[in-house]
Design a protein around this ligand. Sequence first.
Ligand code: FMN
Length: 374
Amino acid sequence: MAKGEPVAEDKLEDDLSEASMTRRRKIEHIEICLDEDVQCRRSSMYEHIGLIHNALPEIDKDKIDLTTNFLGLRAHAPLVIAAMTGGHPKTYEINRKLAGAAEELRIPIGVGSQRAAVEDPSLADTFRVVREAAPSVPVIANIGATHVDVAPDAVEMIDADILAIHLNPLQEAVQPEGDCNSEGVLDNISSIVDSVEVPVIVKETGAGISGEVAQSLESVGIDAIDVGGVGGTSWAAVEYFRAVKEDDDLKAQLGLDFWSWGIPTALSVIMVRDATELDVIATGGIRNGLDVAKSLSLGAMAAGIAHPLLRPAAMGSTLDVVVEVERILEGLKIAMYLTGCSRVDDLAERPLILSGELIDALNSLDIDFKKIAG
Ligand SMILES: Cc1cc2nc3c(=O)[nH]c(=O)nc-3n(C[C@H](O)[C@H](O)[C@H](O)COP(=O)(O)O)c2cc1C
């Protein structure tokens, strides 16, 4: 079969192996994310953060430098194309276009969970295409915390620079076939850290990471946290739509009940930064350059974006993905210009105006908001 060529649907339907189920779930997730509204009904809390306008910026916008140190690697901007896909023949083209855009813009890119390719190596091409199309940017491998033995293989499969371990207990809890045994996950992460030679990021997938969890993760030697907070794609929502299709009324109701469960992205960035020295990526509901600028001003090293790039990659071209990312980067540059920041690190030095629910949350967590507002 040629690379990326779809396998016959009837063959998929007949094949009930675990690998086939994982593969089928992957494509269902993509279809639901394209067809349904799966966004959280709570915000990422960025609306409660204000940057202070500088009417005398005294810098040249054209000279703004977005270059970023991304875990020791160079990126042309502090924006990551977050893990989305791979593992089904139809995802080959999506990954090729996302990676082509990452290469053109010289920004880091993550692949989706490599579990399917570990179970069925014939699917490895759907991940390898990312390294092939993006030879000169940081590429991030992706596995779950239970896949301890396969971590080095996942890194090698795509010649990755970094490994991400995803956490998704919310999704497992509301998924019709979910696995809710999380015993020993921290030990697994510790073993994975010991088994690979690349930096390790632990990422949530839409429900955020608290300060306490971040401290536990820091204690086992990970390098960075991608908070994957509330405000963007909701995996309870995605699983709600799968449960409806499968006539699973209980799981559908639970998907509705937990649709917006978790820690909003901005709050999660603050909690992790307050509790640890780890590098932080702000993902979850990042929708424009202003959200990226606010993330950096909270001390994140970069922001990540997933869902808004899915449609251009699935229905459009590499250029369509590039255009969407460029819109975000232009917004970031404008925010930097209007705050007088010529380098990304300058944003962390700028004072902020915090308000509303975010202050209430910080007060109730006993985090000094004045320290953050600077
Ligand atoms: C279609 C789709 C598939 C995803 N698959 C994965 C995955 O396999 N592994 C992972 O770590 N995160 C996965 N994510 C989560 C994203 O990396 C990100 O954390 C989350 O979608 C929040 O970002 P957003 O609001 O910009 O979409 C996926 C997201 C989407 C939209």
